[in-house]
Design a protein around this ligand. Sequence first.
Ligand code: NAI
Length: 287
Amino acid sequence: RGKKAFVAGVADDNGFGWAISKALSEAGAEVILGTWVPALNIFETSYRRGKFDESRKLSDGSLMEFAKIYPMDAVFDTPDDVPEDIATNKRYAGNEKWTVSEVAKCVEADFGKIDIVVHSLANGPEVAKPLLETSRKGYLAAVSASSYSMVSMVQHFAPLMNEGGAVISLTYIASEAVIPGYGGGMSSAKAALESDTRVLAYEAGRKHGIRVNTISAGPLGSRAAKAIGFIDKMINYSLSNAPLAEKPLGAIEIGNTAAFLCSPLASAITGQTIYVDNGLSVMGSAT
Ligand code: NAI
């Protein structure tokens, strides 16, 4: 039986979510997407126009297909949580059932039980501000979009996952060591995400028999990372200082690790933060 994967956080072909979808497709899984509502229209239009065809190519020559693309906003759990300004926002108009609980219900109605859930999303409106200048609102928004969104996804999707299933998210070393420039409470949000990975591994392991892990990825020039503004510096730092120096980090390397972690090959791995960063995290100084 082919596995079914729900991947949240794909809106172009540059990020980790896309690469994970690709690795899962290569491994024979059926991939269902949850795409941020304001980004959905342009993603679907570009997809239809063939803009991603080159990056959709799988090793057997066929093109990666998504079983379905749902609109989703991981900051809201139920329709009652949606404030008026979002409900009436024109970037949300024409879409429905995009809160986490509603998406989970739609996935269950359309696909039944699933095996894999991928959380590849983050947002911190004040990421460019140092923590020392971050507002309460900005900090809580970062944690809501980047950490609680994972808790919410596990709450709502775990009940529709087959035993032996797996959840994966993406984290960053700024959770445990100071990375100047990764502000706005995003470092805090990643620390919460890693801690929640352990607690959810325990709770959802006991309750649903599923595994929960997070991948601490090295720097990638994704759309989200470019918005932070310091990604080129981080990539160059890694190229100079990682044990695997001068080796660019490919998103697909994170994708392949995710496919491994979601497979029976990783059946005893849960609650872990797995580093996929050319080894940069083991260095204690620049070289
Ligand atoms: P990306 O831009 O490809 O992915 C982020 C996605 O989150 C986008 O598709 C965006 O539409 C979506 N999103 C934002 N707010 C959302 C919401 N409220 N509901 C649903 N979707 C929402 O960028 P990237 O870098 O691939 O990010 C994926 C994950 O990887 C994030 O958790 C990020 O923090 C993490 N990561 C990225 C690193 C990098 O250097 N790019 C390094 C380590 C971790």
